[in-house]
Design a protein around this ligand. Structure first.
Ligand code: SF4
Length: 377
């Protein structure tokens, strides 16, 4: 478990003598100023993945809004989470519980804040594409999932708001300390006219505000450990979740270059079905922490990865009907209909054993209709 990714009990002090307690106050003050900025009053869209960084941003934004007179709280804030429909079930349960608490608290705090979950298009979910259309389990060379499961649902939500309001500001929990590539990406993009906002590179009309970009991982954990969230309770469940999952997270993803952790070993809060990684570390972490009900999911994922390259499960032709070769080697087509049936049967067995929904009835119906279309073509 990398030390930099874990909740830390070590107290952090800044060069100027401030400690973590003051740091939250500083962030809240910055956010309050930004919220009240007269130059722009576009809605804020806060990407909330349930991970530590976006939790801290959410915590600070709600605190900042509570410190503003009600009549000046005119900017809408949308808290947006994405559910790929194959999220790690434990992480999803945690995210839903925070969303429920938030909704309840927002009711009596009377803040102009909404809580939303985006999802992939029903015809583009992981199971509909893999079992319905036979897309081979994703790998590094054919990562068909990130765009459809993560980027498109959130991007559509943002672009909707851009077209309604002329622009929208994405409030993100990204930090330079996350990785070298994150630091380079943050430092590469220039702020707009002396503001704290950077234009998004692939979403026209979207601007990015990063209120915690200079914090270290230890700073984040320290603040979360020391301050109860304004929606009630503590951050203890989040800290425990990271301990059990052994670290990393999958932030809200808005473009491919912002998804360095998606489908890599550094991301342990991604989809439970992720076959891009060699070994799933989050579910295995939960099993190792005593949550044995996740073992069938770990076994299923490993099996899905294994059968990917077995020629008996792949069509000879590609989906376009052609037989293709690359560098003299045959390029297999999608999973055969028999293999897709086998995957669905096994998934339903795992679902039965696990005792909770892993594939929805809507997805099963969609899969059957795709099969019918293919067989009657
Ligand atoms: S976590 Fe894995 S399966 Fe999920 S979108 Fe990322 S690469 Fe694809």
């Amino acid at each position: 478990m990398p030390a930099a990714s874990q909740p830390s009990a070590v107290s952090h002090h800044y060069d100027d003598g401030r400690d973590g307690t003051h740091c939250l106050d500083c962030i809240v003050a910055d956010i309050r100023r930004e919220y009240l900025s007269p130059a722009q009053n576009h809605p804020w869209i806060l990407g909330f993945s349930g991970g530590k960084d976006s939790t801290l941003v959410l915590h600070a934004v709600i605190n900042a809004m509570l410190g503003i007179d009600p009549e000046r709280r005119t900017r809408e804030v949308h808290i947006v989470s994405n559910d790929t429909l194959v999220e790690s079930p434990l992480v999803m349960a945690y995210l839903r519980s925070v969303q429920e608490r938030l909704r309840e608290a927002l009711g009596y705090l009377r803040l102009p804040v909404s809580v939303t979950t985006t999802r992939p298009d029903p015809a583009q979910t992981f199971w509909v594409l893999l079992i319905g259309r036979g897309y081979p389990s994703p790998n590094q060379n054919m990562r068909w999932c990130t765009d459809r499961l993560k980027i498109q649902p959130t991007s559509c939500y943002i672009l909707d708001h851009v077209s309604q309001h002329g622009a929208a500001i994405l409030v993100l929990g990204v930090r330079k300390d996350e990785s070298q590539s994150r630091r380079a990406s943050i430092e590469r993009h220039r702020n707009l006219n002396d503001s704290n906002l950077t234009p998004h590179t692939s979403l026209p009309g979207a601007l990015i505000y990063r209120p915690i970009m200079d914090l270290t991982t230890d700073d984040v954990w320290e603040i979360l450990a020391e301050h109860a969230p304004p929606w009630g309770g503590t951050h203890a469940d989040l800290i425990q979740l990271y301990r059990d999952a052994e670290g990393g997270e999958c932030p809200v993803v808005l473009s491919k270059d912002e998804a360095p952790g998606c489908g890599t070993n550094s991301s342990r809060f991604g989809c439970w079905t992720c076959t891009v990684v060699e070994k799933d570390r989050s579910l295995q972490g939960f099993v190792d922490a005593g949550r044995h009900q996740y073992q069938p999911l770990v076994d299923f994922r490993n099996w899905l990865r294994e059968i990917r390259n077995d020629p008996q499960h792949r069509s000879v032709e590609r989906r376009n009907g052609r037989i293709e070769f690359k560098d003299g080697k045959h390029v297999p087509g999608p999973f055969t209909i028999q293999a897709r049936r086998m995957i669905l049967d096994r998934l339903l067995e795992v679902q039965h054993e696990f005792g909770d929904i892993l594939i929805s009835q809507e997805e099963i119906d969609m899969i059957h209709s795709v099969w019918t279309q293919e067989l009657t073509r």
